[in-house]
Design a protein around this ligand. Structure first.
Ligand code: KIV
Ligand code: ZN
Length: 535
């Protein structure tokens, strides 16, 4: 009978630690809810002691999800464990994840501790964590470079102190699959009470072996795997959840294990991560990259037409990849639109559906064929109208190769008054963003700007992603339109509204005159290397 592999997702902890992947509270909650829909067993929601923001998000996620276990990381220190427990204790299923490095190199140079001192720290702190919470995981950081005999003593000590999951990470991504399998087997054979705990794998991808090592660990006896959506994480990342899960599923003939992952939610989870963080998915990325199911060569296409199994080992549908279907057009009514949204898995309130339908109709006037991918881009770029202080009313841009670009933009504030201004710049996007900055009277820097086409056709929707910052932090925005300048303005306004909401929530409503003064002093939008402060 097939055995179950438990999926421990650390996208919001190890993944979020990676540069470029930081998320704010609201984004983390949205991601956690999607992870719940994906069917992960454990969500590692953060490292509660590391910052007040991390504490707050672990606590919020603990209340936001119901079925998965919610874990917080903690060093083997009382204050860390207290913070972890206080953050997860309201979860239906809380877990404290305690770790301490056990390799000689970490003990000697990082912790400046003897092996005996480390054992004492583990015994005392795992017992302390157990006095607060039933579900305790202990990780031997840098396990793959830890002396095997000492490893077994550590594992027995942690189990004696109450750990019910033992994680053996390849922290530096150094091991090979055979070494990982040997390590797991050794621990299984030499630790007296190993049956009282679940062995977990947590492999980094520095040599591109994280998934292979994870699968090798499973074959040797690990029953929990720690992974992240798209494999994000420290340095080269962690094992990619979608790859581990689909390898187990597609090759169940070889592995004979199952997971409770709803594989049809995989693509949506990857898309959410990408749209939230603005980091594009590599087109060649296994399972979720744009090319993962594309068959370009004639020979392949011929084979696919004869029998899709000639070149396809799993179907796009099985991982929730949406094909470029021609779906709706100018003459489609709201009923058909609503049905399509449901088919695509969106549950929309009436108000949101009405607003989206209006947007869809506007797009139909400019674009002949509306595909599933267009609809997904439109729905995922749409924000809650209530949080939109500034909304685009109209714009005119003048641009050419022998002139300075100018933008004239009208914005509606709080659904009422219209403000209009003009700005110039070395290009139409520059002029437009500068004009928005003048209108909102709040200076910001442009940290990142990306433009891509949603589909391949000439009249494709353009999707713009921007990252802006002010003294309070970094804010992301997306905009979608057949007109790339409009998409740029929408993306900018999307980020601007988040920035202004955050500012007024943090400081009370800022007086217009004060921000107008600082605006006069700093009108230029430029690249800065400011740290992502609010995230
Ligand atoms: O890579 C690692 O060792 C970790 C531990 C804290 C589990 O992330
Ligand atoms: Zn890690």
């Amino acid at each position: 009978m097939a055995e179950r592999i438990y999926i421990f997702d650390t996208t919001l902890r190890d993944g979020e630690q990676a540069p470029g992947y930081s998320m704010n509270l609201e984004e983390k909650i949205r991601m956690a809810r999607q992870l719940e829909a994906l069917g992960v067993d454990i969500i590692e929601a953060g490292f509660a002691i590391s910052s007040p923001g991390d504490f707050e998000s672990v606590e919020a996620i603990a209340s936001a999800v119901e079925r998965p276990i919610v874990a917080s990381l903690a060093r083997a220190l009382k204050k860390d464990i207290d913070a972890a427990w206080n953050a997860v204790k309201k979860a239906r299923h809380p877990r404290i994840h305690v770790f301490l490095a056990t390799s000689d190199i970490h003990l000697q140079y990082k912790l400046k501790m003897t092996r005996e001192e480390a054992l004492k720290r583990i015994r005392e702190n795992v017992s302390y964590a157990k006095s607060l919470c039933d579900d305790i995981e202990f990780s031997l950081e840098d396990a793959s470079r830890t002396d095997l005999e000492y490893m077994c003593t550590v594992v027995q000590t942690a189990i004696d102190a109450g750990a019910t999951t033992i994680n053996l990470p390849d922290t530096v991504g150094y091991s090979t699959p055979v070494e990982i399998a040997n390590m797991v087997r050794y621990v299984k054979e030499h630790v007296k009470d190993i049956d009282k705990a679940v062995i977990s794998m947590h492999n980094h991808n520095d040599l591109g072996l994280a998934v292979a090592n994870t699968l090798a660990g499973i074959e040797a006896g690990a029953r929990q795997v720690e992974c992240t959506v798209c494999g994000i994480g420290e340095r080269a990342g962690n094992a990619a959840l979608e790859e581990v899960v689909m390898a187990l599923k597609t090759r169940s003939d070889k592995f004979g294990y199952y997971t409770n992952i709803v594989t049809e939610e995989i693509a949506r989870s990857a898309r959410l991560l990408s749209s939230t963080t603005g980091v594009k998915i590599n087109p060649s990325k296994a399972i979720v990259g744009d090319n993962a199911f594309a068959h370009e060569s004639g020979i392949h296409q011929h084979g696919m037409m004869a029998n899709s199994q000639t070149y396809e080992i799993m179907t796009p549908e099985s991982v929730g990849v949406v094909k470029t279907n021609l779906v709706l057009g100018k003459h489609s009514g709201q009923h058909a639109f609503s049905k399509k949204m449901q088919e695509l898995g969106y549950v929309l309130s009436k108000d949101r559906e009405d607003a989206l339908f209006a947007e869809f109709k506007k797009t139909c006037d400019r674009k002949k064929n509306i595909t599933d991918r267009d609809l997904i881009a439109l729905v995922e770029a749409q924000e809650n109208p209530e949080s939109q202080t500034w909304v685009l009313d109209s714009f005119v841009v003048n641009s050419g190769n022998r002139m300075t670009s100018t933008a004239c933009i009208s914005l509606k504030k709080n659904g009422e008054k219209i403000y209009q201004d003009v700005a110039s710049g070395t290009g139409p996007v520059y002029a437009s963003l500068r004009c928005v900055e003048k209108l909102i009277k709040h200076p910001f820097s442009l940290e990142d700007y990306q433009l891509s086409a949603v589909t391949e056709d000439r009249d494709a929707l353009g999707e713009v992603f921007v990252k802006i910052s002010d003294q309070s932090g970094v804010y992301r925005g997306r905009g979608v339109s057949t007109d790339i300048i409009e998409a740029s303005i929408l993306a900018c306004l999307n980020a601007v509204n988040k920035m202004l909401n955050e500012n007024s929530a943090a400081m009370g409503t800022r007086t217009q005159s004060a921000s107008a003064m600082s605006f006069e002093n700093d009108m230029l939008i430029g690249h800065t290397d400011k740290k992502e402060g609010n995230e």
